[in-house]
Write a protein that binds this ligand. Structure first.
Ligand code: AMP
Length: 280
């Protein structure tokens, strides 16, 4: 496994592979890696010849400066865990390398997917995501890029970005990995105290309840049940709970749509957690 710290060196290494006709799979991360991240690398290894994992805490996608400051950074541990055969090249760039003209977002318009839920509650977040991923697509020129459905809106947006500006990049959505109690794996889980960690599975419980009841109960009664779960929780505060169709429109009648997905964002103290589940 090669560890590369700047984009010129990375491009030199990758262009050698690309000239040999090898395909490149790319897994961008912000580090503090867990099984969910490693699952993306395993999928990438099965589909491409050379796998590249970036670890870069992207400042432009944080709308909250204390979230950026407190984001877990575990590069030494990550490098040890990455060296398991599924990662060929680790890219650890500095902010100046990715943003030579300063860490400023470009403006994008992806329509409704970027305006609701994460787009509404984290202003500027998706511009920051699209800016950094656009830059990574330019530097890495991957054949395939692998993203977790854990960040489902992000996955849809980076897929739209690829189709609009980098048609040679195929974006692959990968399943959500969960702890045994249902909590979606996340680097931010490391910041939960014991009591918050004990209550955090309420999020996935609410989503699985929704999946179970979506065909039989009204949306209003499901919403009331989910709100109540959070009202009764000592540690978790619900930010949003939405059930949307494939166009990210809120569903009023289940019979009218062919796909539905439920989304939750909640705070445990200062730690913001998100999760989602396809319903049918
Ligand atoms: P992050 O380091 O949080 O920016 O995540 C890097 C990539 O890993 C993104 O594509 C995430 O969607 C994905 N990811 C994060 N958590 C999970 C999970 N629990 N299961 C699957 N993919 C995940």
């Amino acid at each position: 496994m090669e560890v590369v710290k700047n984009s010129n060196a990375l491009q030199q290494i990758l262009s050698k592979y690309q000239k040999e006709g090898k395909t490149v799979g790319f897994v961008p991360t912000m580090g503090a890696l867990h099984v969910g991240h490693f699952s993306l690398l395993e999928i990438a290894k099965n589909q491409t010849d050379i796998t590249v994992c970036s670890i870069f805490v992207n400042p432009t996608q944080f709308n909250n400066s204390s979230d950026l400051t407190n984001y877990p950074r575990e590069v030494e541990r990550d490098l040890k865990n990455l060296d398991n055969g599924n990662c060929d090249v680790v890219f650890l760039p500095q902010v100046e390398d990715i943003y030579p003209n300063g860490a400023i977002s470009e403006s994008y318009n992806f329509g409704r997917v970027s305006e609701i839920m994460e787009g509404e509650h984290r202003p500027g977040h998706f511009d920051g995501v699209a800016t950094v991923i656009n830059r990574f697509y330019e530097i890495v020129k991957p054949n395939r890029a692998f993203f977790g459905e854990k960040d489902y809106q992000q996955y849809v947006i980076v897929d739209m970005l690829a189709k609009q500006k980098h048609p040679n990049v195929k974006v692959i959505g990968c399943p959500i990995y969960r702890e045994d109690d249902g909590l979606a794996m996340s680097s931010r889980n490391e910041r939960l105290n014991n009591s918050q960690r004990t209550e955090a599975p309420i999020i996935s419980k609410a989503l699985f309840y929704t999946k179970e009841k979506i065909k039989t109960d009204t949306i209003e009664s499901i919403q009331a049940y989910v709100k109540n779960l959070f009202t009764n929780s000592k540690e978790l505060e619900l930010e949003y709970f939405e059930i949307v169709d494939e166009n990210f429109e809120n569903i009023s009648n289940v019979a009218d749509v062919t796909h539905a997905r439920a989304f939750i964002a909640a705070f445990a103290g200062e730690v913001r957690l998100i999760d989602n589940l396809p319903l049918f």
